[in-house]
Design a protein around this ligand. Structure first.
Ligand SMILES: [Zn+2]
Length: 363
């Protein structure tokens, strides 16, 4: 009997170890040691700073952002200005024009929110499972029931520099600035968006070279357009818990989206159309070519027309996304209506590839 209990207990514990998703905030606590020294007017030497940056998550992020040693040393210098009391006059001067002194502003936000950030991390650490479950609830808002699974192999690391997030294979690296503010605004929504990318089933098929750009465009639009309905809908101008620059992103995407859709439509309805000459940055003719801009616009029109459920039902399907948009835009007097030429092109691609396509899902 005792043996059995021990065995059951062991099996339970090992399953917990294998299956609980990890949340790594170790660099944040190292950072708070550094900031404590700085707050005591102790300068931050290069050796300590470089040692701190050696952490693997930090290195992946730094590489992704393309920071060089000059940039990194400049950030160290900014830390000294922001945190050392003896530099407070210089800091106040810089904070008068935050747009010109962007990283002073960001690092200062780390400083003034440090106590709340510590509490935020401590609270999650008490129950990471609850944190991940909360994220998945947002993910599932845009997934059919059969795909509402977990991506247990993904770990989340929170790093205390900069202000955005980076996702690589099996690893989500969030900056503390992004995670903290987005989570106090809507706990779990930002993670929910990223897990949506992982768990969304996708219609995959081999594409001929000449069609590659158009098909990639359609996939990108659906990918971000659908994921943005999990989190960005809560981050409007009225989301006062976010910093000002973090608010209203979706509204901006939607505003640009109307112009981008029109541009895409005009480029695709040229006759004769040489598809092999199409370029992504000419189609999505704004700085952000990830698919957010046209995607947010189209999913907003779809949602407004009451077709969100249909979108969820066909969440893997980039062609259906366009059909739904087309149906929705015709019900909306302000929406841009795609030309018959573009619609025919999408139908043609659908017909050409659907029979060879399969649905790929997270395993
Ligand atoms: Zn995304």
């Amino acid at each position: 009997m005792i043996k059995q209990i021990i065995f059951t207990l062991f099996a339970f514990l090992s399953s917990q170890i294998v299956y609980s998703q990890t949340f790594d905030d170790s660099t944040c606590w190292e950072y708070f040691k550094i900031t404590q020294d700085l707050k005591n007017d102790k300068p931050l030497d290069k050796k300590t700073w470089n040692q701190f940056l050696k952490n693997e998550a930090m290195q992946v992020y730094i590489k992704d952002q393309g920071f060089d040693s000059i940039y990194i040393d400049n950030y160290r210098h900014i830390m000294e200005i922001v945190y050392m009391p003896k530099n407070s006059a210089a800091l106040q001067e810089r904070l008068k024009t935050p747009m010109k002194n962007w990283w002073f502003y960001i690092v200062n936000e780390y400083k003034v929110n440090e106590d709340q950030m510590k509490k935020y991390l401590t609270d999650i650490k008490k129950d990471p499972k609850h944190y991940f479950d909360t994220c998945y609830q947002y993910t599932y808002q845009m997934l059919p029931k059969q795909y509402q699974k977990k991506a247990q192999e993904y770990k989340v690391s929170i790093i205390p520099i900069h202000n955005d997030a980076h996702v690589t294979n099996n690893w989500m690296i969030y900056t503390l600035m992004a995670a903290y503010f987005h989570d106090i605004n809507r706990m779990g929504a930002m993670g929910g968006h990223e897990f949506h990318h992982v768990l969304r089933p996708q219609l995959v098929f081999e594409v001929e070279d000449q069609d590659a750009v158009i098909v990639n465009l359609l996939q990108k639009i659906l990918n971000e357009g659908s994921a943005d309905l999990t989190d960005k809908i809560y981050e409007g101008k009225d989301a006062v818990k976010l910093l000002e620059f973090q608010r209203g992103t979706r509204d901006e995407f939607i505003a640009d989206g109307a112009k981008v859709i029109k541009n895409i439509d005009s480029l695709l309805s040229v006759k004769p159309l040489d598809r092999s000459k199409l370029k992504m940055n000419k189609l999505i003719n704004v700085g952000n070519t990830s698919g957010h801009v046209p995607g947010c616009y189209m999913s907003a029109i779809i949602e407004k027309a009451g077709y969100k459920k249909e979108l969820i039902k066909h969440i893997e399907d980039p062609f259906q996304f366009v059909y739904l948009y087309d149906k929705a835009s015709k019900k909306d007097k302000d929406a841009y209506i795609l030309s018959p030429t573009t619609m025919n092109l999408v139908r043609e691609l659908d017909k050409k590839y659907r029979s060879k396509a399969s649905i790929e899902q997270h395993q």
